[in-house]
Ligand binder design. Sequence first.
Ligand SMILES: Cc1ncc(COP(=O)(O)O)c(C=O)c1O
Length: 365
Amino acid sequence: VGTDGRQYLDLFTNIASLPLGYNHHNMVKAMRNPHVISMAINRSATNVFPPEQFIRQLKFLFPKISPYGFKNPGFVWLGSTGSEAIESAMKHCSRKRAATTFISFDGGFHGRTIGALSMTNTNPEWSRGFPTVNVKQAPFPKNDAGIEYCAKEFQKLCNTDIAGVFIEPVQSEGGDHMAHPSFFRKIRAICSMHKIPFVVDEVQTNLGTGTYWAHSHWNLHEAPDIVVFAKKMQVAGFFSKRGIQPNEESAFNSTWSGCPFRTTLLQTIIETIEKEDLFKSSSIAGNKLFCRLREMKGIKNVRNINAFGAFDLVEMDREQFIQIMELNGILFGPCGKKSVRIRPSLVLDHDTVDSVLDYLNRIVG
Ligand SMILES: Cc1ncc(COP(=O)(O)O)c(C=O)c1O
């Protein structure tokens, strides 16, 4: 319910950050627990006074959901925002490689702190006037025909000066550009060859593409070196195959490194997803939605991975479309210069999809 008292269906879910939607009964129940209330009020400086429950989550919850390849041994660093996690992953790469130059991709978005912003290539206005970290920009394929060219151009940038390569599984902010898994396999292989850390920025995609990690759709021959997360996970951080050495910990410390009551919400989310098979149900509903969108005359360039995706409008102005849909009680997000972004929660079901399609048919069908 909005501040105007009207009911909305949010298909953008607070910029892709609410996996169970608003006020899910399991989340409300978890937050009513006096122990969780106490953890929220008395937020710990986790490196010094970690609550017992938080230590258990570090031992059991994070290894359980960590991507394939990070289980044994696994390492997780926790922070507060996606940008901070990216920043810390950059430092991690720099230490490991004794290098300070990074590679990111044209159209990529990694956040707005100094390091993350230096790797962000979606809107020059956001970086104007700020200092930058050394970053080389590689081309990102707009279609399958561009994969070979982009991989070759990428390879030309790789050398011993490169600390790490940062890539999004779907360039979300940049316009929901989705490359074929073979492109990511090529980039991974080139990184392996040069021993450059291959860092997958899953801040927007984690828990969103019908699985925990979007990169698991790629069939990589070797797991990424680092996977960064935030948003739907409720806490930000990164998984790494190799840990930060104890004598370096202070270089990575933050008072609120991770958040015990937020990790409890994450635990509730994971339990709910598993118990209610939400990856499966949201994927079925999402594929139905995108399938029908492909049949609409006023819509083009539909792309999706299960319930995660976007489309362009044939004639209607994007901002006008979003505004009209909002007046009809349905919230969409923008991405790129002209695309409409869909990031539903995992409780998306057939009835919701039908009512969205009904409105869309009337407006752009
Ligand atoms: C792919 C990606 N990386 C990093 C970020 C930055 O995350 P945060 O907004 O939590 O700082 C975002 C935010 O939208 C993102 O989509």
